[in-house]
Design a protein around this ligand. Sequence first.
Ligand code: GDP
Length: 290
Amino acid sequence: MGIFSKIKQAWFDTIIWEMIDDEFYDTLEESLILADLGATAAADAVKKLRDVVYDRSIQNGEQVKQALRDILEEKLNVGDTALDLSTKPSVALIIGVNGVGKTTSIGKLGYRLRKKEKKRVLFCAADTFRAAAADQLEIWAERAGVEIVRSKEGADPGAVLFDSLAAAKARGVDAVLVDTAGRLHNKANLMAELAKLRKIIDRETPDAAKETLLVLDATTGQNGLQQAKVFKEVAGLTGIILTKLDGTAKGGICVAIAQELGVPVKYVGLGEGIDDLAPFDAKEYLKNFI
Ligand code: GDP
Protein backbone atom coordinates (compact mmCIF):
# COMPACT_ATOMS: atom_id res chain seq x y z
CA MET A 1 0.00 0.00 0.00
CA GLY A 2 1.15 3.52 -0.73
CA ILE A 3 1.14 6.64 1.40
CA PHE A 4 -2.59 7.20 0.75
CA SER A 5 -3.33 4.23 3.01
CA LYS A 6 -2.72 6.67 5.87
CA ILE A 7 -6.24 7.88 5.16
CA LYS A 8 -8.41 5.91 7.53
CA GLN A 9 -11.87 7.17 6.68
CA ALA A 10 -14.18 4.99 4.61
CA TRP A 11 -16.70 6.41 2.16
CA PHE A 12 -19.04 3.46 1.92
CA ASP A 13 -19.93 1.55 5.06
CA THR A 14 -23.42 0.41 4.28
CA ILE A 15 -23.49 -0.12 0.56
CA ILE A 16 -24.17 -3.46 -1.06
CA TRP A 17 -22.71 -3.07 -4.53
CA GLU A 18 -24.62 -6.03 -5.99
CA MET A 19 -28.08 -4.55 -5.28
CA ILE A 20 -28.28 -1.96 -8.03
CA ASP A 21 -31.68 -0.33 -7.55
CA ASP A 22 -33.00 3.15 -6.72
CA GLU A 23 -32.23 2.68 -3.06
CA PHE A 24 -28.64 1.81 -3.97
CA TYR A 25 -28.23 5.04 -5.92
CA ASP A 26 -29.83 7.10 -3.12
CA THR A 27 -27.55 5.59 -0.49
CA LEU A 28 -24.56 6.06 -2.77
CA GLU A 29 -25.33 9.75 -3.31
CA GLU A 30 -25.81 10.26 0.42
CA SER A 31 -22.50 8.54 1.17
CA LEU A 32 -20.68 10.69 -1.38
CA ILE A 33 -22.12 13.86 0.17
CA LEU A 34 -21.05 12.66 3.62
CA ALA A 35 -17.59 11.97 2.17
CA ASP A 36 -17.35 15.72 1.40
CA LEU A 37 -17.81 15.58 -2.37
CA GLY A 38 -20.45 18.29 -2.13
CA ALA A 39 -24.02 18.02 -3.39
CA THR A 40 -23.27 19.01 -7.00
CA ALA A 41 -20.43 16.57 -7.60
CA ALA A 42 -22.25 13.76 -5.77
CA ALA A 43 -25.47 14.16 -7.78
CA ASP A 44 -23.56 14.46 -11.03
CA ALA A 45 -21.43 11.37 -10.33
CA VAL A 46 -24.47 9.27 -9.47
CA LYS A 47 -26.33 10.43 -12.58
CA LYS A 48 -23.35 9.49 -14.75
CA LEU A 49 -23.07 6.13 -12.98
CA ARG A 50 -26.75 5.37 -13.66
CA ASP A 51 -26.17 6.07 -17.36
CA VAL A 52 -23.05 3.91 -17.57
CA VAL A 53 -24.66 1.01 -15.69
CA TYR A 54 -27.69 1.19 -17.99
CA ASP A 55 -25.72 1.59 -21.22
CA ARG A 56 -23.40 -1.32 -20.45
CA SER A 57 -26.01 -3.45 -18.68
CA ILE A 58 -23.69 -3.75 -15.68
CA GLN A 59 -24.87 -6.14 -12.96
CA ASN A 60 -21.65 -6.98 -11.23
CA GLY A 61 -20.61 -5.04 -8.09
CA GLU A 62 -16.96 -4.89 -9.11
CA GLN A 63 -17.89 -3.34 -12.43
CA VAL A 64 -20.08 -0.75 -10.70
CA LYS A 65 -17.16 0.19 -8.47
CA GLN A 66 -14.83 0.46 -11.45
CA ALA A 67 -17.33 2.63 -13.29
CA LEU A 68 -17.60 4.96 -10.29
CA ARG A 69 -13.80 5.11 -9.99
CA ASP A 70 -13.56 6.09 -13.66
CA ILE A 71 -16.22 8.80 -13.29
CA LEU A 72 -14.53 10.35 -10.26
CA GLU A 73 -11.09 10.08 -11.83
CA GLU A 74 -12.34 12.02 -14.81
CA LYS A 75 -13.75 14.66 -12.48
CA LEU A 76 -10.40 14.95 -10.71
CA ASN A 77 -8.61 15.37 -14.00
CA VAL A 78 -8.70 19.19 -14.23
CA GLY A 79 -5.07 19.97 -14.99
CA ASP A 80 -1.47 19.00 -14.55
CA THR A 81 -0.79 17.84 -10.99
CA ALA A 82 2.97 18.30 -11.34
CA LEU A 83 4.56 21.54 -10.18
CA ASP A 84 6.14 23.64 -12.89
CA LEU A 85 9.54 24.42 -11.43
CA SER A 86 11.30 24.19 -14.77
CA THR A 87 13.42 27.34 -14.58
CA LYS A 88 16.35 28.25 -12.35
CA PRO A 89 15.18 29.80 -10.19
CA SER A 90 11.48 29.09 -10.21
CA VAL A 91 9.17 30.70 -7.65
CA ALA A 92 6.20 29.27 -5.77
CA LEU A 93 4.00 31.55 -3.70
CA ILE A 94 2.35 29.58 -0.91
CA ILE A 95 -0.85 31.12 0.42
CA GLY A 96 -3.61 30.22 2.86
CA VAL A 97 -5.08 31.21 6.21
CA ASN A 98 -3.29 30.56 9.50
CA GLY A 99 -3.42 27.07 10.94
CA VAL A 100 -4.07 25.16 7.74
CA GLY A 101 -0.55 23.72 7.66
CA LYS A 102 1.22 26.22 5.43
CA THR A 103 4.59 26.24 7.20
CA THR A 104 4.57 22.48 7.66
CA SER A 105 3.76 21.95 3.97
CA ILE A 106 6.52 24.30 2.83
CA GLY A 107 8.92 22.36 5.05
CA LYS A 108 7.85 19.00 3.67
CA LEU A 109 7.86 20.25 0.08
CA GLY A 110 11.32 21.77 0.43
CA TYR A 111 12.62 18.49 1.82
CA ARG A 112 11.00 16.52 -0.97
CA LEU A 113 12.36 18.78 -3.72
CA ARG A 114 15.85 18.60 -2.29
CA LYS A 115 15.87 14.91 -1.49
CA LYS A 116 13.90 13.37 -4.36
CA GLU A 117 14.44 15.91 -7.13
CA LYS A 118 17.93 17.00 -6.07
CA LYS A 119 16.96 20.66 -6.24
CA ARG A 120 18.61 23.48 -4.36
CA VAL A 121 15.75 25.08 -2.42
CA LEU A 122 15.41 28.39 -0.62
CA PHE A 123 12.59 29.37 1.72
CA CYS A 124 11.53 33.01 1.73
CA ALA A 125 9.97 34.04 5.06
CA ALA A 126 7.64 36.72 3.69
CA ASP A 127 5.13 36.25 6.51
CA THR A 128 6.53 39.05 8.61
CA PHE A 129 3.39 39.70 10.67
CA ARG A 130 4.38 37.23 13.35
CA ALA A 131 7.94 36.65 14.52
CA ALA A 132 6.92 33.07 15.26
CA ALA A 133 6.16 32.45 11.59
CA ALA A 134 9.76 33.02 10.47
CA ASP A 135 11.08 31.14 13.52
CA GLN A 136 8.95 28.14 12.65
CA LEU A 137 9.96 28.28 9.01
CA GLU A 138 13.59 28.40 10.08
CA ILE A 139 13.14 25.22 12.11
CA TRP A 140 11.68 23.54 9.03
CA ALA A 141 14.51 24.85 6.85
CA GLU A 142 16.99 23.20 9.18
CA ARG A 143 15.07 19.95 9.22
CA ALA A 144 14.71 19.93 5.46
CA GLY A 145 18.33 20.96 4.86
CA VAL A 146 17.40 23.96 2.74
CA GLU A 147 18.34 27.63 2.81
CA ILE A 148 16.21 30.45 4.20
CA VAL A 149 16.11 34.22 3.88
CA ARG A 150 14.30 35.98 6.69
CA SER A 151 14.04 39.35 8.34
CA LYS A 152 12.68 40.93 11.50
CA GLU A 153 9.05 40.93 12.58
CA GLY A 154 7.23 43.79 10.87
CA ALA A 155 9.68 44.00 7.97
CA ASP A 156 8.31 44.63 4.50
CA PRO A 157 7.44 41.25 2.93
CA GLY A 158 8.42 42.69 -0.46
CA ALA A 159 11.92 43.46 0.81
CA VAL A 160 12.33 39.90 2.12
CA LEU A 161 11.18 38.57 -1.25
CA PHE A 162 13.59 40.87 -3.09
CA ASP A 163 16.48 39.63 -0.93
CA SER A 164 15.42 36.01 -1.43
CA LEU A 165 15.35 36.33 -5.21
CA ALA A 166 18.72 38.08 -5.23
CA ALA A 167 20.18 35.29 -3.06
CA ALA A 168 18.58 32.64 -5.27
CA LYS A 169 20.11 34.14 -8.42
CA ALA A 170 23.52 34.62 -6.83
CA ARG A 171 23.68 31.11 -5.35
CA GLY A 172 22.14 29.17 -8.23
CA VAL A 173 19.03 28.11 -6.30
CA ASP A 174 16.50 26.01 -8.24
CA ALA A 175 13.28 26.73 -6.37
CA VAL A 176 12.19 29.56 -4.06
CA LEU A 177 9.23 28.70 -1.82
CA VAL A 178 7.62 31.88 -0.49
CA ASP A 179 5.72 31.76 2.82
CA THR A 180 3.11 34.52 2.86
CA ALA A 181 1.03 36.00 5.68
CA GLY A 182 -2.18 34.16 6.44
CA ARG A 183 -3.82 36.93 8.35
CA LEU A 184 -5.08 39.07 5.53
CA HIS A 185 -8.75 39.12 6.33
CA ASN A 186 -10.19 41.14 3.55
CA LYS A 187 -9.97 40.60 -0.16
CA ALA A 188 -8.61 44.01 -1.08
CA ASN A 189 -5.81 43.64 1.42
CA LEU A 190 -4.86 40.20 0.18
CA MET A 191 -5.03 41.23 -3.45
CA ALA A 192 -2.83 44.26 -2.87
CA GLU A 193 -0.28 42.22 -0.94
CA LEU A 194 -0.05 39.48 -3.56
CA ALA A 195 0.06 41.98 -6.40
CA LYS A 196 3.05 43.61 -4.72
CA LEU A 197 4.86 40.30 -4.34
CA ARG A 198 4.11 39.28 -7.93
CA LYS A 199 5.41 42.57 -9.27
CA ILE A 200 8.71 41.95 -7.53
CA ILE A 201 8.92 38.40 -8.89
CA ASP A 202 8.13 39.60 -12.43
CA ARG A 203 10.69 42.36 -12.22
CA GLU A 204 13.50 40.37 -10.60
CA THR A 205 12.94 36.99 -12.26
CA PRO A 206 10.94 37.76 -15.42
CA ASP A 207 11.44 34.35 -17.02
CA ALA A 208 10.80 32.27 -13.92
CA ALA A 209 8.25 29.44 -13.86
CA LYS A 210 5.68 30.41 -11.24
CA GLU A 211 3.20 28.59 -9.06
CA THR A 212 0.57 29.98 -6.70
CA LEU A 213 -0.40 27.20 -4.32
CA LEU A 214 -3.24 27.41 -1.83
CA VAL A 215 -2.88 25.32 1.31
CA LEU A 216 -6.24 23.99 2.43
CA ASP A 217 -7.12 21.98 5.55
CA ALA A 218 -9.17 18.94 4.44
CA THR A 219 -10.91 18.71 7.83
CA THR A 220 -12.68 22.01 7.16
CA GLY A 221 -14.70 20.38 4.36
CA GLN A 222 -17.14 22.61 2.52
CA ASN A 223 -16.08 25.71 4.51
CA GLY A 224 -12.59 25.25 3.18
CA LEU A 225 -14.03 25.16 -0.30
CA GLN A 226 -15.67 28.56 0.21
CA GLN A 227 -12.31 29.88 1.40
CA ALA A 228 -10.66 28.46 -1.70
CA LYS A 229 -13.17 30.22 -3.98
CA VAL A 230 -12.22 33.59 -2.53
CA PHE A 231 -8.50 32.85 -2.88
CA LYS A 232 -8.98 31.69 -6.45
CA GLU A 233 -10.81 34.87 -7.34
CA VAL A 234 -8.24 37.08 -5.68
CA ALA A 235 -5.00 35.25 -6.29
CA GLY A 236 -5.46 33.04 -9.37
CA LEU A 237 -4.36 29.60 -8.16
CA THR A 238 -2.25 27.09 -10.06
CA GLY A 239 -2.78 24.32 -7.52
CA ILE A 240 -3.86 23.17 -4.08
CA ILE A 241 -1.94 21.50 -1.27
CA LEU A 242 -4.57 19.64 0.74
CA THR A 243 -3.47 18.94 4.31
CA LYS A 244 -4.53 16.79 7.28
CA LEU A 245 -5.98 13.93 5.27
CA ASP A 246 -4.66 11.54 7.91
CA GLY A 247 -7.19 12.82 10.45
CA THR A 248 -10.96 12.91 10.48
CA ALA A 249 -11.23 14.30 6.95
CA LYS A 250 -13.20 12.14 4.54
CA GLY A 251 -11.13 13.19 1.58
CA GLY A 252 -13.91 13.70 -0.95
CA ILE A 253 -13.15 17.40 -0.82
CA CYS A 254 -10.61 16.75 -3.61
CA VAL A 255 -13.50 16.02 -5.98
CA ALA A 256 -15.45 19.07 -4.79
CA ILE A 257 -12.39 21.28 -5.36
CA ALA A 258 -11.96 19.95 -8.89
CA GLN A 259 -15.66 20.32 -9.66
CA GLU A 260 -16.20 23.77 -8.15
CA LEU A 261 -12.83 25.41 -8.76
CA GLY A 262 -11.31 23.56 -11.69
CA VAL A 263 -7.96 23.73 -9.88
CA PRO A 264 -5.92 20.54 -9.44
CA VAL A 265 -4.83 19.24 -6.06
CA LYS A 266 -1.07 18.87 -6.53
CA TYR A 267 0.07 17.58 -3.15
CA VAL A 268 -1.60 16.10 -0.10
CA GLY A 269 -0.47 16.24 3.52
CA LEU A 270 -0.86 13.00 5.47
CA GLY A 271 0.73 13.74 8.82
CA GLU A 272 3.07 16.01 10.73
CA GLY A 273 6.32 14.29 9.73
CA ILE A 274 8.73 15.54 7.08
CA ASP A 275 7.90 12.61 4.78
CA ASP A 276 4.14 13.00 5.09
CA LEU A 277 3.57 14.79 1.80
CA ALA A 278 2.64 13.01 -1.41
CA PRO A 279 2.08 14.10 -5.00
CA PHE A 280 -1.59 13.69 -5.77
CA ASP A 281 -2.48 10.72 -7.96
CA ALA A 282 -6.20 10.42 -8.67
CA LYS A 283 -6.19 6.71 -9.50
CA GLU A 284 -4.23 5.67 -6.42
CA TYR A 285 -6.21 8.05 -4.26
CA LEU A 286 -9.60 6.69 -5.32
CA LYS A 287 -8.49 3.08 -4.80
CA ASN A 288 -8.44 3.88 -1.10
CA PHE A 289 -12.12 4.57 -0.94
CA ILE A 290 -13.83 2.56 -3.68
P1 GDP B 1 0.21 27.45 9.32
O1 GDP B 1 -0.29 28.39 10.39
O2 GDP B 1 -0.73 27.40 8.17
O3 GDP B 1 1.61 27.71 8.92
O4 GDP B 1 0.11 25.98 9.94
P2 GDP B 1 1.26 25.04 10.55
O5 GDP B 1 2.15 24.55 9.47
O6 GDP B 1 1.87 25.70 11.71
O7 GDP B 1 0.37 23.79 11.02
C1 GDP B 1 -0.66 23.89 11.97
C2 GDP B 1 -0.80 22.54 12.68
O8 GDP B 1 -1.27 21.56 11.75
C3 GDP B 1 0.51 22.02 13.22
O9 GDP B 1 0.27 21.43 14.48
C4 GDP B 1 0.92 20.96 12.21
O10 GDP B 1 1.74 19.96 12.76
C5 GDP B 1 -0.41 20.42 11.77
N1 GDP B 1 -0.37 19.83 10.42
C6 GDP B 1 0.05 20.39 9.26
N2 GDP B 1 -0.12 19.54 8.22
C7 GDP B 1 -0.65 18.39 8.72
C8 GDP B 1 -1.06 17.13 8.15
O11 GDP B 1 -0.98 16.87 6.95
N3 GDP B 1 -1.59 16.21 9.03
C9 GDP B 1 -1.70 16.46 10.36
N4 GDP B 1 -2.23 15.51 11.13
N5 GDP B 1 -1.35 17.64 10.92
C10 GDP B 1 -0.81 18.58 10.12
